[in-house]
Design a binder for this molecule. Structure first.
Ligand code: ZN
Length: 401
């Protein structure tokens, strides 16, 4: 493929443009020239809205669609974790591959070209990592899939040795990066220290489930940020959830947000799952279980949003569509619709893949064309047609189904 032009695309600001692509990347954006002829290789957008492709920064594809098989009796985080552990022996390689593949096909139809998925590691086994590695390889031409091995706790001391060894094995078996849950560890700050050291030894990035609790006394995020500032690791560090930050005073939220900026730690908020799992002990004035979105954004922290779990014991809902998270950012997180869309699309591509901003010269041509009149309407209706392009190639056209 050589030069190709997306003719007469409408941007979210209402302007109409011609976008020049070269070998699947953006070359330049010009004002729409209605006089020029459309060539065979060109894409006639015909005035449709041009948006960055969607992205899922935090999935658990190994657990997708387990809601019917594994029940969460209490509906909270520990209920889900205990239920998964009790049924881990029932999960097989082929079973994980089948469910994860089913999920990815839906993600792609919805316009997702990048997924970071976590993969459980149980009892010395890397089964989930290996299965998801195969899935990621199978979808290599349609979606960029990154695997984060979710290392069990405890991580510290003698008792943590098996988990530390397993992190090494998971990397060798195909995990791109590692993560875990320091707030569930007997020694959360010690776990932060071990994770940073493992990431260095295993030469990979880190994506942690951080403070997934409404307990304001648990704030391992502050320790993580301070450690990253002190050690200045080469790896990138992502903090997912950060629920308890939302329970702090505004002063503490601001202090921690400033530390995150200094540490260059990005935050992933996961509204759907945290609205489901948290808050059951607060039957009056129930907290929303979102992180301190306002303080984070005011400080300039990169905030992305994801769906987390997909129809499993952690979240019985979900349709593998980042527009769900975007809609919740608007209604539960008080984002403007455009900002919400950016948090589930270009911010993820820029932060995780280090892509150039959407439509900047040199950025990959991952985009969606839709007849929606605006981003707000696109999020609100959720079911409007989507033509999904990856590197300038059409990978899904909803009008053909
Ligand atoms: Zn998660």
């Amino acid at each position: 493929m050589s030069t190709q032009i997306i003719r007469n695309a409408r941007l979210s600001n209402g302007s109409h443009v011609d976008v020049y692509l070269n070998e699947g990347t953006i070359e330049k954006v010009n004002a729409y020239d209605s006089a020029s002829a459309i060539e065979m290789a060109d894409i006639d957008a015909n005035g449709q809205l041009l948006l960055p492709a969607l992205a899922e920064p935090h999935a658990h594809l190994d657990k997708a669609f387990l809601a019917e098989r594994i029940h969460n009796p209490t509906g909270d985080l520990m209920g889900a974790i205990n239920a998964i552990h009790a049924s881990a022996h029932t999960l097989t390689f082929d079973d994980i591959v089948e469910r994860a593949s089913r999920a990815i096909k839906i993600y792609i139809k919805n316009g997702v070209t990048r997924i970071r998925t976590h993969a459980d590691t149980f009892d010395g086994s890397t089964l989930q990592v290996r299965a998801l590695r195969q899935v990621a390889n199978n979808f290599h031409d349609e979606c960029d899939i990154e695997i984060c091995a979710l290392i069990q706790w405890p991580l510290t001391g003698k008792k943590g040795e098996p988990s530390r060894i397993l992190a090494e094995r998971a990397r060798a078996d195909g995990a791109d990066l590692i993560g875990g849950c320091p707030h569930l560890d007997t020694d959360p700050t010690g776990a932060n220290k071990v994770f940073l050291s493992l990431a260095k030894d295993l030469d990979c990035n880190l994506d942690l489930h951080v403070d997934e609790t409404l307990n304001a006394d648990m704030l391992s995020l502050r320790d993580l940020a301070k450690r990253v500032i002190a050690k200045a690791p080469k790896c990138s560090v992502t903090a997912s959830h950060c629920v308890s930050l939302g329970m702090q005073t505004k002063k503490v939220q601001k202090q921690v947000a400033q530390l995150l900026v200094e540490a260059n730690i990005a935050v992933v908020t996961l509204p759907q799952t945290n609205l489901f799992l948290q808050g059951r002990e607060h039957q009056s004035a129930m907290p929303r279980a979102l992180t301190a979105l306002c303080a984070l954004r005011e400080a300039g922290v990169t905030v992305m949003a994801g769906g987390d779990n997909l129809q499993d014991p952690f979240n019985p809902m979900g349709r593998a569509d980042p527009l769900e998270a975007a809609a919740l950012l608007v209604s539960a997180g008080h984002y403007f619709p455009e900002d919400a869309y950016w948090a589930v699309s270009s911010k993820v591509h820029e932060c995780i893949a280090k892509d150039q901003p959407f439509l900047a010269a040199g950025s990959p041509a991952h985009f969606i064309l839709t007849p929606a009149t605006s981003i707000r309407e696109f999020i609100a209706f959720a079911n409007q047609p989507r033509h999904v392009y990856r590197r300038g190639i059409l990978i899904y056209d909803s009008s053909e189904t």
